[in-house]
Design a protein around this ligand. Structure first.
Ligand SMILES: Nc1ncnc2c1ncn2[C@@H]1O[C@H](COP(=O)(O)OP(=O)(O)OP(=O)(O)O)[C@@H](O)[C@H]1O
Length: 312
């Protein structure tokens, strides 16, 4: 089994007052790949990430990075952690080389390895040709690359990116997503985002937090399939009467849509698809297409957001 890089154990936090910002969150991050952290505004994502990154002390629970307790041994744990906050901590008056050299020192990279570490991070992030450019004179997309370079300059096993494509233009977004996928071949990446298409494009796994609690944990495909399908669309050149379709076990309703399509609602398993195909061949309905209608990521997100499990 892949090594556990991050262990979050019964994490709870209260900012004061009686309301829990997060309550009893537990999960592991293993190996490499991109894990998407999802949730509505105020769900508790930043609170969770800030605690994991050692920026905020939790009210209860534990976080371990590489088996090191972040609260007990923050400096040691942070050796294995790279963080790109929502607002990248850039120094606009430094050149890219100066800035990355500075962050490598901050990250305790040994003196004789700094140059190599900076060179490697620049190459990974595609910014080598801007080494001598002042950070302030880079485009938003390239500034974000510099932000990512500082997060990986010390080759941490675990990288946290908080809404890394925020404010970028569509081309820059595609490029940064590509870069994140590449990073995930060497690092475990935790990506916080509001954008579901971003999750679909980049993430292997998803954790979703709502009202401070974990409401989903699984692969991106499992998230996609979270709502069981209950409808399919058939294209029929010689359609039968709707009664014929309704007579098939499992079919609940049938309604014509744009010709030659008919939407069929069903209950139970998708075995009904097999029965419909068999019947269409037998009775010569001239089936041209049949597809199960799956819920979109937005619908799954909305369904999970509405889970009524607010913390006490
Ligand atoms: N410094 C703070 N003081 C008091 N309450 C806070 C503080 N920061 C966050 N909260 C509250 O904690 C809860 C979780 O907030 P958090 O910022 O973690 O959510 P989020 O999922 O990151 O939201 P967003 O996507 O809007 O950034 C919210 O109810 C929020 O109002």
């Amino acid at each position: 089994m892949e090594k556990t890089v991050v262990k979050v154990e019964n994490l709870s936090h209260r900012y004061g007052g009686s309301q829990w910002a997060i309550k009893d969150i537990s999960f592991d991050i293993r190996g490499k790949g991109v894990l998407g952290l999802l949730g509505s505004n105020g769900a508790g994502k930043s609170t969770t990430m800030n605690i994991i990154c050692g920026v905020l002390n939790q009210t209860a629970g534990n976080v371990y990075i590489n088996d090191i307790d972040v609260r007990q041994h923050p400096l040691e744990a942070k050796r294995y952690l790279g963080f790109l906050p929502q607002k990248p901590p850039l120094h606009p008056d430094l050149t890219v080389d100066e800035y990355l050299t500075y962050t490598a020192h901050l990250r305790s990279v040994p003196g004789d390895e700094v140059k190599r570490a900076v060179g490697r991070a620049k190459e990974k992030c595609g910014i080598t040709h801007f080494s001598q450019r002042l950070v302030r004179n880079l485009s938003g997309g390239y500034q974000q690359r510099v932000g990512i370079a500082q997060a990986i300059v010390h080759m941490p096993q675990f990288v946290v990116l908080d809404e890394p494509t925020n404010g970028l233009d569509p081309n820059q977004i595609v490029e940064i997503r590509h870069l994140i996928k590449e990073l995930a071949t060497d690092h475990a990446v935790l990506l916080s985002t509001h954008i579901l298409s971003e999750v679909q494009a980049t993430c292997d796994h998803i954790k979703m937090i709502e009202h401070g609690q974990l409401v989903f944990s699984g692969t991106t495909q499992e998230f996609d399939n979270y709502i069981e399908p209950d409808a399919l669309v058939m294209g029929l050149e010689t359609p039968p009467s709707l009664e014929d379709i309704l007579s098939i076990p499992g079919v609940k309703s049938a309604e014509p849509i744009e010709p030659p399509f008919i939407r069929v609602k069903f209950s139970g398993s998708t075995d009904v698809v097999k029965r419909l195909v068999e019947k269409s061949v037998q009775d010569r309905w001239q089936l041209t297409e049949i597809r199960v209608e799956r819920s979109s990521m937005d619908e799954v997100f909305a369904e999970l957001s509405n889970k009524k499990n607010k913390p006490k």
